[in-house]
Design a protein around this ligand. Structure first.
Ligand code: DSN
Length: 411
């Protein structure tokens, strides 16, 4: 950072500190991951300065010869990787991608059925705080109270009563697989579009370690910075018939120029995702999550749904006399980074956060495996149970630091 250190030493110092924070803490945020160094190079490349309104071959600015080539590369690799008929690689984010899907084939005020936020859905699935709820009429399905699994009978019943024009499958916080075939069957019964938001699952689907929603859905979106490891930004996959509508909904509908450096990162991660190393990371991500759930269960935490089939472990911390907010704070104090999360039982007492959402992606991509997961579960439990005991917290912080030193991210 020789230029930055000269231009803005204050910002340079903050970047150094952030690098050190990343190296020396255990990242269990389910929506984060460590990207390969080549992704970081691409994100800071000269493509950052190119303005590219439009699509390859049909731009509104000159000088797009290489931007066109790179977007075409991202398009062909992405289609091949996910077996998709059509792809748009321009969304700035998952929410931008979701907005474009809604606006591509729906009219303002149309009905959409999606998963409720306390049961795992995302803000952009019609939460009252999201602009999506002001543009469309949403209704929400949830999970079964006992099993905490999606209640497909409820999805079917609501679909027949509510008659949505679109059904959204997919969640921000749901540790189990979704039966896309069943969701497609229900959508067909009520002549509705099926849109799958697999924001969290892109990398796992790309590596084929969990089932893909692509064959069953009219539209699929995902982000590139979670399991996908490819920097920020979103992607839309869809059936060929909707391609033109999706393109116009992204540009000029919801966005202006896209960020070419993010598009290059997408091209790169789609290439890397076809290599055995990526597949191995995704496979181990699943194994580590399942093992983490098992270890925490043994220590007396309640694991929402009893386990996990993806990279997420949703932990109910109330059996330990804690709330999610406190748990997040106690863990951050010792260098374990996770986020508090509502879980299904919280929908009965709004404002309560009983859960902690843990993700295995980042620890796996820095090389940690089962022995380290056992250690992490021990450290999590020690910090939570002894949150008032300074000696224990000091010991745990030291052990977190030592563990991180053995698995460098960037050095
Ligand atoms: N959707 C948010 C999450 O799952 O944490 C951010 O990606």
């Amino acid at each position: 950072m020789k230029f930055l250190s000269k231009d803005d030493p204050e910002v340079a110092e903050l970047i150094k500190k952030e690098e050190s924070r990343i190296e020396n803490t255990i990242d269990l945020i389910a929506s984060e991951n460590h990207s390969p160094r080549s992704i970081m190079e691409v994100l800071g490349s000269v493509f950052n300065t190119k303005t590219i309104e439009g699509y390859p071959g049909k731009r509104f600015h000159a000088g797009c010869i290489y931007a066109d080539e790179v977007e075409n590369l991202a398009i062909s690799r992405g289609k091949q990787l996910f077996g998709a008929e059509y792809i748009n690689v321009q969304p700035h984010s998952g929410t931008s991608a979701n907005l474009a899907v809604y606006f591509s084939v729906l009219e303002m005020g149309d009905r959409i059925l999606a998963m409720s936020l306390p049961h795992g859905g995302h803000l952009s699935h019609g939460h009252r705080a999201s602009i999506t709820s002001r543009c469309f009429e949403f209704n929400h399905y949830g999970v079964n109270n006992k099993t905490e699994l999606i209640d497909y009978d409820e999805v079917r019943e609501l679909s027949h009563k509510f008659k949505p024009r679109m059904i959204v499958a997919g969640a921000s916080s749901y540790p189990r697989l979704i039966d896309y075939e069943k969701m497609a069957e229900i959508a067909k019964e009520v002549s509705s579009y099926l849109f799958t938001d697999m924001a969290h699952l892109g990398g796992l689907v790309a590596a084929k370690v969990i089932p893909s929603p692509v064959p069953h859905s009219d539209f699929v979106t995902f982000t590139c910075y979670k399991t996908m490891m490819g920097g920020r930004g979103g992607v839309i996959l869809c059936k060929q018939d909707y391609g033109k509508k999706i393109d116009s909904a992204i540009f000029p509908g919801c966005q202006g120029t896209s960020a070419v450096n993010l598009i290059v990162a997408k091209a790169l991660i789609f290439k890397l995702a076809m290599e055995p190393e990526f597949v191995d990371i995704q496979k181990k991500t699943l194994e580590n999550a399942a093992y983490l759930a098992k270890q925490l269960d043994k220590k007396g935490y309640r694991i929402v749904t009893g386990g996990t089939d993806n990279h997420q472990v949703l932990v109910d911390v109330t059996p330990k006399g804690l709330k999610g907010n406190a748990a997040e704070k106690f863990l951050e104090f010792v260098g374990v980074i996770a986020n508090r999360n509502v879980i299904p039982i919280d929908s009965d007492s709004p404002g309560t956060v009983s859960g902690l959402r843990l993700g295995s992606s980042a620890v796996t991509s820095r090389g940690m495996g089962k022995p380290e997961i056992v250690k992490i579960a021990d450290l999590i439990d020690a910090a939570m149970v002894n949150h008032e005991n300074k000696d224990v917290l000091d010991r745990v912080s030291k052990e977190v630091f030592e563990l991180c030193k053995k698995f460098p991210v960037y050095s």
